[in-house]
Write a protein of this length. Structure first.
Length: 79
């Protein structure tokens, strides 16, 4: 399950783990103009952990999900 909210400065997507047990904490994704943050509560410390991805890192991640194991570099087609 997930929710989508459009805030003033970001689009916020919350992923709710409704799969099998053990359930994981919700994941909150904030999409800003220049970066994306991914936040989840660490169940061991009850503190939020946030990872910030640049838009190029996010692009690379989306491409990597569909590629086999290996090392890749995306390049622009300037033609």
């Amino acid at each position: 399950m997930f929710t989508i909210e459009h805030e003033f400065d970001a689009t916020v997507v919350t992923l709710v783990d409704d799969g099998g047990t053990p359930l994981r904490e919700d994941v909150t994704i904030n999409a800003f103009d220049d970066c994306v943050t991914v936040t989840q509560i660490d169940s061991r410390t009850d503190m939020p952990v946030t990872v910030t991805l640049s838009l190029s890192q996010l692009r690379d991640l989306s491409m990597a999900l569909d590629l086999p194991e290996g090392s890749y570099r995306l390049r622009r087609d300037d033609t």
